[in-house]
Ligand binder design. Sequence first.
Ligand code: FES
Length: 104
Amino acid sequence: MITKIQVARLDDIDRLGSRTVFVEGKEVAIFRLSDGSVHAIENRCPHKGGKLSEGMVCGAAVHCPLHDWKINLRSGRVQEPDHGEVTVYEIEVDEATGAIYISL
Ligand code: FES
């Protein structure tokens, strides 16, 4: 069964900004790209656990604040030459109310 949980509102997150939320005990980083799209990934770098919510967003990737690994916010994959991936959460935005939901 899919559960939909409201985690934030569009107004809460600036473009190229992020917000951290806890969903069922997991720390999730929500990002808003320059095109306005919203993406959610686990807030833990697969390298050594850096907080991705504190990284810089560039294009569709976030740069980990610790050692600059680049993680694609759409696929969750680490860019070459590094390797790894993070969990990507499905996001839904209600354009009428600005509510952001995560599906679990
Ligand atoms: S912990 Fe993220 S690059 Fe090292």
